[in-house]
Design a protein around this ligand. Sequence first.
Ligand code: FES
Ligand code: FES
Length: 209
Amino acid sequence: MKNKNQKTGISRRNFIKGFGGGIVGTAAVTSSFAKGVGSQAGPHGSTVHGPGKVKISMQVNGKNHSLEVEPRTSLLDAMRDQLGYTGTKRVCNRGECGACTVIMNGKTVLSCSIFAMDADGAKIETVEGLAKDEKLHPLQEAFVKHDALQCGFCTSGFLMSSVALLRKNPSPSRDEIRHGVSGTLCRCGTYPNIFAAVDDAAKTMKRGG
Ligand code: FES
Ligand code: FES
């Protein structure tokens, strides 16, 4: 018998693959390499961007994108609203909950708290890039197996911080897992299941799964 989510076409398995629903200022002074329309020389070799849009490019999950953003646009908003990567969630939108965690140039970042302009030329990894050829990443499989999500708003953040953790430390202890994902909060309180899932996935990946 189909459950409620399956009837609407949104299965737990699809959700975890990234199938989700879904700084302020008029100008910015940076030393970044963003170019644009709205950029001009500023003091001391800096560049003033805005208030017009600035052309940037970035690679997301191996795919190149060019876009124009206002200088105040966060990486999160650019990815979700302009590029359609809605698997990364906007929850607190002020750097406190970790739900918007993505991997940028190999390191985890809170995408709500950095300018899209500062991701110009960057390589970004999001939850949508984890499954390959319809096969879930071992961490995604383990989250399903251990029932490590309820509402799911924190899930992509936990998955991306866990991916980064296991790249650095393929055999983490339970304390190292807790510490490794500690920047992400789960209001539904699924922490024991999340820690068990990461532990299980680490073992599967070590076996080559
Ligand atoms: S949405 Fe970015 S830290 Fe909460
Ligand atoms: S599953 Fe709801 S916030 Fe974590």
